[in-house]
Design a binder for this molecule. Structure first.
Ligand code: GDP
Ligand code: MG
Length: 289
């Protein structure tokens, strides 16, 4: 039996969350084309007959600009320490210098697989080969695997290479749980994903979601969630004309939550203004950061 922690690192937008979902065959982490969507370390547990892998998706590595950012980078540091295997993921269609600089600084003790993602978006195969060689020559890199997380190609081979480096050991988690995070967390994440999808510019970055009530009734699950924004004007934007936007948000989020929970859901959303919540230790704690 092999068991261990496999942690995913990389710049914002490299495809960390998409890869986690592809490896799990299940939507665990929210994905968007905007950077800094992932704020927590999300653990996903893959249990098979002869192995258990605990994957961690992490926020992209950035320079902290406000307290929420600091918390996000703490989530990254935690994962640096307990990794048995580290996946350093980067977009294959970008020049390697910037990611290389980050990877070099991580000083990981665990074996490192460099994952060249988004190969579906690369036309120039000669350049792809060059990028692969570039990483293979780095002292921190054990090997390079080419994938497309989006198209789910190369992920099987990646899993085989992970198992090659994974230590022998007993499972860390019993049963068939897919994560150590509570259901409420996934519900709030699904609402947050739709906020990233529906609203523009800075708004999603000023927003948190808190599930305040979660009740299983006989025919459905009743969920009440607060959407936290920093300013009155943002509340107006979230609501939209005559509540049009929040209604759309509720509909989109409810569909995903129903699929995730396998149950009918009644979803109530409220907007609350909490000035400067991203810099308040108290609010950050309350919102689970
Ligand atoms: N073309 C292409 N796009 C991808 C691939 N993997 C992820 N993406 C896109 O890249 C963006 C960022 O993905 P996400 O997983 O949220 O990145 P993260 O910030 O590293 O977690 C999203 O728009 C994804 O759809 C891939 O293999 N190919
Ligand atoms: Mg992510």
């Amino acid at each position: 039996m092999k068991a261990g922690f496999v942690n995913i690192f990389g710049k914002p937008n490299a495809g960390k969350s998409t890869l986690l979902n592809a490896l799990m065959g299940e939507k665990m982490a929210i994905v968007s084309h905007k950077v800094q969507t992932t704020r927590h370390r999300i653990k996903a547990i893959l249990t098979e007959k002869d192995h258990q892998i605990i994957f961690s998706d992490t926020p992209g590595i950035i320079d902290p600009k406000y307290k929420l950012h600091e918390k996000m980078m703490q989530a990254v540091s935690g994962s640096l320490e307990d990794a048995d295997v580290a996946l350093l993921i980067t977009a294959a269609n970008e020049p390697p210098e910037e990611s290389h600089e980050i990877f070099q600084k991580l000083r990981l003790k665990a074996p490192v697989i460099v994952v060249l993602n988004k190969t579906d978006a690369v036309k120039d195969t000669a350049r792809l080969e060059e990028t692969k060689k570039f990483y293979e020559a780095q002292p921190y890199c054990k090997e390079v695997v080419l994938i497309s997380a989006l198209k789910n190609t190369g992920t099987k081979e990646l899993l085989e290479r992970i198992l090659h480096y994974l230590p022998e050991g007993h499972p860390f988690y019993e049963g068939d749980d897919l994560s150590d995070m509570p259901v409420k967390f996934f519900v709030s994440e699904m609402i947050r994903e739709k906020i990233f999808y529906l609203y523009h510019d800075e708004l999603p970055y000023h927003t948190a979601v808190m599930v305040q009530e979660y009740k299983e009734k006989s025919t459905l699950i009743k969920i009440r969630a607060d959407i936290i924004v920093q300013r009155e004007t943002q509340k107006g934007i979230v609501l939209g004309d005559g509540g049009k936007m929040i209604k759309e948000l509720g509909t989109l989020a409810r569909k995903d939550i129903e699929e995730f929970l396998g149950s009918k859901v009644f979803l109530e959303l409220y907007v609350k203004v909490r000035p400067k919540w991203r810099d308040s230790e108290m609010y950050l704690k309350e919102y689970g950061y």
